[in-house]
Design a protein around this ligand. Structure first.
Ligand SMILES: NC(=O)c1ccc[n+]([C@@H]2O[C@H](COP(=O)([O-])OP(=O)(O)OC[C@H]3O[C@@H](n4cnc5c(N)ncnc54)[C@H](O)[C@@H]3O)[C@@H](O)[C@H]2O)c1
Length: 354
């Protein structure tokens, strides 16, 4: 494990999915550290303005390609000393009708990334996992050692499989890997997720808001800059071991009904003036088939490393809602929920290209 924590020069980092919502924030933070970055992204759900905004940026290279394509990943990864693997299909609901998409982008791509790391002798990996891996946990709040993991969607199953693949590589090849189980991540540049979609619906019709589910789903919302800080902090401070699994989110949860109220208030509307309606709980209690109804983190492990979110979940949701609304108002971009936008653009991730 020698040589993994002390670097003579800023890292050369290879980031899959770096043009997405979380990736673009992380890439900006790593560039500010002085490192060199290569982003590999197939642009299937990238931030719409990412390429125009970021290319050219000194010390940033971009490769348009699929993380499930072994030749592409192998060629693009050469010359780096750290990998951040964020690329994944993030439309959990769409997985219901297309399991192969979640498995190609979640499982095949993770194996391809790990195999390319082995070939290039790269031994540090940060992996974007999720709080949905717990499914119905045995304990709530849920710590990282809870098990067995019981995923409730193909997306969550792919995250569990991704963690397992990484664990094997990390133990066999003397890696220092991190599986970060993210909470529901929000920010002004969110272009998917409940906060984004509530803002869009309310800007279209400020008198009513339809909420998927029965209003009782409860999730841990975290600001994207806190999340990025958590990953970097853990990578600096965690003890040397092959795989560190870490919940990154707040303590406690927000009910989705409460998220609606916070968004309404944040964008300048009055709760009394907005009629809330509920689509009803899907089997399992979530908002749609495959939605994990409750995720609540025990963040003792992150705290022990000295990290916790600076923004409360409520503050994170409200700041994100204000920022998203301001962008739509300023740009006049079409008001589409993430599902509507992906359907309109037919941004369908292709099958794994391995
Ligand atoms: N946003 C959240 O609340 C949240 C919560 C838990 C976990 N995560 C995980 O964090 C990661 C980043 O999520 P995000 O919110 O930024 O999503 P995002 O959709 O904005 O970003 C994903 C990026 O990966 C790219 N991508 C997808 N499949 C690819 C492939 N096969 N090859 C190359 N590029 C590909 C997309 O074009 C996009 O730029 C994902 O792995 C996601 O599962 C996100």
């Amino acid at each position: 494990m020698a040589g993994l924590t002390v670097r003579a020069a800023p890292a050369r980092t290879f980031v899959t999915g770096g043009a997405g919502f979380i990736g673009s924030e992380l890439v900006s933070a790593l560039l500010a550290d002085g490192g060199e970055i290569t982003v590999l992204d197939n642009l299937s759900s990238a931030a719409p303005d990412w390429v125009d905004r970021m290319i050219p940026t000194p010390r940033l290279s971009f490769v348009e390609g699929d993380a499930a394509s072994a030749p592409t990943v192998r060629a693009a990864m050469a010359g780096h000393d750290r990998v951040v693997h964020l690329a994944a299909g993030t439309d959990i609901a769409a997985g219901h009708g297309h399991p192969e998409r979640d498995f190609a982008s979640g499982i095949v791509a993770t194996e391809v990334v790990c195999e390319a790391m082995r070939e290039h002798g790269i031994r540090e990996l940060w992996y974007a996992s999720s709080g949905v891996v717990y499914g119905h946990p045995t304990r709530t709040p849920t710590a990282e050692d809870d098990g067995p993991l019981r995923p409730e969607s193909h997306y969550a199953a792919a995250k569990v499989a991704g963690e397992a693949i990484i664990a094997g590589f990390a133990h066999l090849y003397d890696w220092r890997a991190f599986a970060f189980r993210f909470g529901n991540t929000v920010g002004a540049r969110s272009d998917h997720g409940v906060v984004h979609d509530f803002v869009v619906k309310l800007l279209r019709d400020p008198t009513r808001l339809e909420i998927l589910g029965d209003g009782s789903q409860a999730k841990p919302y975290v600001a994207v800059d806190d999340l990025v800080a958590g990953m970097r902090h853990a990578a600096d401070r965690a003890p040397l071991r092959p795989l560190t699994v870490l919940n990154l989110g707040p303590e406690g949860t927000l009910l989705v009904r409460r998220v609606a109220e916070l968004v309404i208030e944040a964008i300048g509307l009055s709760s009394d003036a907005v009629e809330l309606s509920f689509s009803g709980a899907a089997p399992g209690g979530g908002g749609w088939p495959g939605d994990t109804a409750v995720v609540e983190f025990d963040i003792s492990a992150a705290r022990a490393l000295g990290w916790q979110p600076r923004a409360s979940a409520s503050a994170a949701v409200q700041a994100a809602a204000r920022g998203i609304a301001a962008t739509y108002r300023a740009t006049g971009r079409p008001l589409l929920t993430s599902q509507e936008r992906r359907a309109a653009a037919r941004l369908v991730p292709g099958p794994g290209l391995r």
